[in-house]
Design a protein around this ligand. Structure first.
Ligand code: GDP
Length: 288
């Protein structure tokens, strides 16, 4: 589902999260491991008002593992706790409660020192649309709870989901944040990964952006998949990128009457395969 973010939406989303902050001990900020910059909300530090936070790089199964390692180092240097997860299969998910516990260690130790029984850690999951919030909630809960594709503004009764044998409680409705918008490339990167639907940006433009990027950084897996022979020499030359797109289209039988390549069809086919991980794992942003 596509969410058009207008100032009113943003204010509402922000207010909803800030209302929930009063109820919780810690926040899990979900980002896309392929796009740790573009999939983060630009105002996140401000919105979370210093709440303890765990950064989870989701969809790590689709990201370039070497680049993910660089990001983990980067976040650590910044003083954040971050780790990669694949919420769709559950890889890494079981470590989350222990990581939250570490984050809240001081608070929990204080409760114990006062002779109190530490109560369940209350956690809110936040992130931009499509980053995997519902998938993660369902995975942590071990059953299907959160409907995928939540809408901002739709409020329902607040429910706590007990996870990790009752040690942790999750708010069943995640906090939805808007992505960065200020830079057109951010929009394209989000669109390449499927975070922004194709009604907003033109499918051929998205595919052009992706083919250019992959030609530069991931030529081998792309050329292998489509049996491409000619790597562009000048990545800034649109004609060379379009030639690659045409080769891809021919390989997928996207031909119009008259023999010309149907670039729209070719673009859709290409993006579908890319998003499904058929060209291997790739990242679109690196920290260094
Ligand atoms: P939400 O809008 O943040 O709640 O995102 P969803 O939970 O609805 O997930 C969006 C899409 O991403 C769905 O198609 C999920 O199956 C997929 N997805 C979520 N997490 C992962 C992951 O770790 N790896 C992969 N490959 N896909 C994921």
């Amino acid at each position: 589902m596509t969410i058009q973010w207008f100032p009113g939406h943003m204010t509402k989303a922000r207010r909803q999260i800030q209302d929930k902050l009063k109820l919780i001990d810690a926040v899990i900020e979900l980002i896309d491991a392929r796009l740790p910059l573009s999939s983060r909300n630009p105002m996140i530090d401000d919105i979370l008002q210093g709440k303890p936070r765990l950064i989870i790089m989701n969809k790590a199964d689709l990201a370039d593992p070497e680049v993910t390692r660089q990001w983990l180092t980067h976040f650590k240097e910044q003083g954040h706790t971050a780790f990669p997860v694949d919420a769709s299969t559950g890889t890494g998910v079981k470590d989350i409660p222990d990581q939250v516990k570490l984050l809240l260690k001081e608070k929990i130790d204080k409760q114990i020192a006062k002779g109190m029984n530490p109560r369940a850690m209350r956690v809110l999951i936040v992130g931009i649309p499509n980053v995997g919030k519902s998938t993660l909630i369902n995975r942590l809960a071990g059953r299907s709870i959160a409907a995928t594709g939540d809408r901002p503004g739709v409020t329902k009764g607040q429910q706590w989901i007990k996870v990790a044998g009752g040690e942790m409680e999750l708010l069943d409705t995640p906090g939805i944040l808007w992505p960065k918008f200020e830079d057109q490339n951010v929009g394209y990167r989000l669109a390449v990964t499927g975070a922004i639907k194709e009604e907003i940006l033109n499918v051929e433009d998205i595919a052009f952006f992706a083919v250019k990027y992959l030609s530069k950084y991931y030529w081998e897996p792309m050329s292998e998949r489509f049996d491409l022979k000619q790597r562009p020499e000048d990545f800034e030359n649109p004609d060379e990128i379009v030639t690659v797109m045409e080769d891809i289209g021919r390989k997928r039988g996207c031909i119009m009457s008259g023999g010309r390549v149907d670039l729209e069809k070719a673009s859709s086919a290409f993006l579908r395969e890319l998003r499904a991980g058929k060209m291997g794992r790739f990242s679109m942003e690196s920290p260094y």
